[in-house]
Design a protein around this ligand. Structure first.
Ligand code: FPP
Length: 246
C-alpha cells in the first residue's frame, strides 16, 4: 500500500522515538547468531532515518543500548559496541553530508573508550547540521536519568543555589539528558512486545504508542509511514475533551 500519499505532511510528528526490538529473534529464525540480526538492524536504522527525513521529522531517537543490556553474554555486548564504532565510522561522512546532526543520551562515560571517542568525533563533525537530529540512546535507562536529575536538584536545593519553589515540570525536564530535545509525539516499538522497557518514561507522558509485530531488521520505510498514519488517526486530547479541540 502507498502509505506516504495518505500522510498529511503538515501534521507529522516533530520527534519519533523507537525501541528497536527483535534483532535476536530475527537472526535465530534464519539459523544465525544474534549479532547477525544486530548487523542487519543497522540497515533498518539507515532506511528509517531516510524515511523520517522525507516526512520532515526533526528528531529521531533510537534505543540502541540500555543499561540493562550489559547483562547480555559478553560476546554479544562486545559485538554491539564494535558494531556501533564501525557503523559510526562508516556512516558519519554520509550523515554529515546529508544534514544529519548526531546526539547521544545516556551514561556515555560508562561506554568503552573506543565507543566514546567515535561517538564524540561524530557528534562534533555533525554539530552544525539541522535537517534532522538522530539521537542515540546508549547505556541509557530512564530511571537512571530521573534519579540523576533528582540528585542534582536536591544538591542544588541543599546548597541554596536552587529555590525549591522553582521546581516544576519544565525545570525538572531541563535536568534530564534530553533537555535540548522536545518530547516525542510518537513512540514505536517493534517485534510484538508491549513494554516501555525503561525508555523515556518522563518524556512520553503524552506520546502516542505504535506497536508492530515487525522485527527490527525487517522494519523499512513503509513501516515508518504506516506508524505515522496510525499516529495521525489518533485524537490527541492532552486531558481535554473532543469538543475543546479545534
Ligand atoms: C534489540 O533486539 C536490539 C538491541 C538491543 C540493539 C539494537 C542495536 C542496533 C539495531 C544496532 C544499532 C546501531 C546503530 C549504529 C544505531 P534484541 O536483541 O533484544 O532482539 P530479541 O528481543 O529478538 O532478542
Amino acid at each position: 500500500m502507498d502509505y506516504l500519499s495518505k500522510i498529511d505532511l503538515t501534521r507529522t510528528p516533530e520527534h519519533i522515538a523507537i525501541i528497536m526490538d527483535g534483532n535476536g529473534r530475527w537472526a535465530k529464525k534464519q539459523g544465525h547468531m544474534r549479532l547477525y540480526g544486530h548487523n542487519f538492524g543497522v540497515e533498518s536504522v539507515r532506511e528509517t532515518l531516510k524515511a523520517a527525513k522525507e516526512l520532515k521529522v526533526k528528531y529521531l531517537t533510537l534505543y540502541a543500548f540500555s543499561t540493562e543490556n550489559w547483562n547480555r553474554p559478553k560476546e554479544e555486548v562486545d559485538g554491539l559496541m564494535d558494531l556501533l564504532v564501525k557503523s559510526l565510522a562508516n556512516e558519519v561522512k554520509e550523515l554529515s553530508d546529508s544534514g544529519v546532526r548526531l546526539l547521544a543520551i545516556g551514561d556515555i562515560a560508562g561506554l568503552p573508550d573506543a565507543c566514546q571517542n567515535e561517538l564524540q568525533e561524530s557528534i562534533d563533525l555533525t554539530k552544525d547540521n539541522s535537517e534532522i537530529t538522530m539521537v542515540l540512546a546508549l547505556n541509557y535507562s530512564s530511571r537512571w536519568e530521573i534519579v540523576n536529575a533528582v540528585k542534582r536538584i536536591a544538591s542544588e536545593a541543599k546548597n541554596e543555589t536552587l529555590d525549591v519553589n522553582a521546581i516544576d515540570a519544565t525545570l525538572f525536564s531541563s535536568y534530564l539528558t534530553t533537555n535540548q530535545i522536545p518530547d516525542p509525539e510518537l513512540l514505536i516499538r517493534t517485534s510484538g512486545e508491549y513494554r516501555i522497557s525503561n525508555f523515556l518514561l518522563w518524556q512520553v507522558a503524552y506520546a502516542e504508542f505504535h506497536f508492530t509485530e515487525v522485527l527490527w531488521p525487517d522494519f523499512k520505510r513503509e513501516d515508518l509511514f504506516k506508524a505515522v498514519l496510525d499516529y495521525q488517526s489518533r485524537e490527541r486530547r492532552f486531558g481535554m475533551v473532543s469538543e475543546q479541540l479545534t
